[in-house]
Ligand binder design. Structure first.
Ligand SMILES: [Mn+2]
Length: 378
């Protein structure tokens, strides 16, 4: 029996889309994820004997020199401690290019660097007394033969544990730039565990007698790609593969939707947002529904922004509440006339695009008529 730390999609070197100085902070923290992984693998209580990196270790094929040095140093710590390490290039850090980090540093890359352009047996390892056969490949543009999902996988060996490592997609829809893998062919090959990279949210699937698993990206890249916040540790060699997720100390990216329809005053909304802000996190609050009061996003940002690492307030509301518009339309004032005119236009709008423009005009116009709002905040 042996244990594996399955890593994928660390995307070292990625700069998140954040304002300075929080961008620099998050960038440094994300790059520290490899060191944290190595510390975890070196912890004797974890009993790890193999570390797999299933692609996209770096965010691009030519990472900055200091980051490359740091990475080689970290992987070298594993090697020095007798822990095997296998690196498979991905699609962000593709080996195809002449100046790819994996071509330039191949001679001193710690452990096994996979360079075979098609699925191949790359090693037989002894891990904690067990024999482990390893199949892997490195997608190489112009060399890897791929015209649809890949099917040519070498069959598993009869004795020992059979492991495969790929950076690719089991559910390829033809649109995305990735290595497509055929699930049935992988089932038929008979591997015990298929360590995958590419799908950042992670996930598992039974394939024949084996288990295919996306480790997922540990530390997030942004609100739309928030990361899993956990490490993937696999126990093999004694029955079916057993996957454990262990919490990682990374800064979370959180998205929360707040329906503003329920609130009657700005103070109520502000109190509700204050309640749901997670202090250590990068937080996006998406406001939805319809609004019964003047929404002052700048004011909210100024008063609440310091409560977390970063606060992104997004106005996804449909506009003013219908009851409010009805009462405004009934006013014998210029504002009443304005609302009535725009409501007529809205009723005759040619399509959703035009309706959205009219709602925006209504929004801006009403704020301007209230006076003092200056250039619209919306
Ligand atoms: Mn990736």
């Amino acid at each position: 029996m042996f244990r594996v730390l399955h890593l994928a999609d660390l995307h070292l070197g990625y700069r998140p889309d954040l304002p300075a100085p929080v961008q620099e902070e998050v960038y440094r923290e994300r790059n520290g994820v490899l060191q944290a992984a190595v510390d975890l693998a070196l912890d004797p209580r974890r009993g790890i004997s193999l570390v797999l990196i299933a692609g996209d270790l770096f965010d691009n094929h030519r990472p900055e020199a200091p980051l490359v040095e740091e990475t080689i140093r970290e992987l070298g710590r594993l090697e020095a401690a007798g822990i095997q390490v296998v690196t498979v290039p991905g699609n962000h850090d593709e080996i195809t290019y002449n100046d790819s980090v994996y071509r330039r540093e191949a001679n001193r890359w710690p452990g096994l660097l996979v360079t075979e352009p098609m699925p191949a047996k790359v090693a037989t390892l002894r891990l904690n007394g067990d024999t482990c056969h390893l199949v892997a490949m490195a997608y190489t543009g112009g060399v890897t033969r791929v015209d649809g999902p890949l099917k040519a996988f070498p069959p598993a060996e009869g004795e020992g544990v059979n492991l495969a490592v790929f950076h690719g997609s089991l559910d390829w829809d033809g649109g995305e730039r990735s290595l497509p893998l055929d699930g049935e062919a992988l089932s038929a090959a008979g591997y015990d565990y298929i360590a995958l990279g590419h799908i950042h949210r992670g996930g598992q699937r039974q394939l024949g007698r084996g288990l295919a698993c996306y480790a997922g990206m540990v530390a997030g890249k942004g609100f739309a790609d928030p990361g899993t916040g956990s490490w993937t540790i696999v126990t093999l060699g004694d029955g079916p593969a057993l996957v454990e997720q262990v919490a990682a100390a990374v800064r979370p990216w959180r998205v929360v939707d707040v329906d503003v329809t329920a609130f009657h005053a700005p103070e109520e909304l502000e109190a509700a947002i204050r309640e749901l802000i997670d202090p250590g996190a990068l937080v996006q609050v998406r406001l939805t529904g319809s609004i019964a009061f003047d929404l002052d996003l700048e004011g909210l940002q100024a008063r609440l922004g310091h409560l977390c690492s970063y606060l992104d307030l997004v106005n996804d509301t449909a506009g003013w509440a219908p009851e409010l518009l009805e009462s405004l339309a009934a006013e014998p004032t210029i504002r009443g006339l304005f609302v009535r005119r725009l409501q007529e236009k809205l009723a005759g709008a040619a399509g959703p695009g035009e309706a959205a423009v009219i709602r925006r005009a209504l929004w801006r116009g009403l704020l301007a008529l209230k006076g003092g709002c200056g250039p619209c905040r919306l």
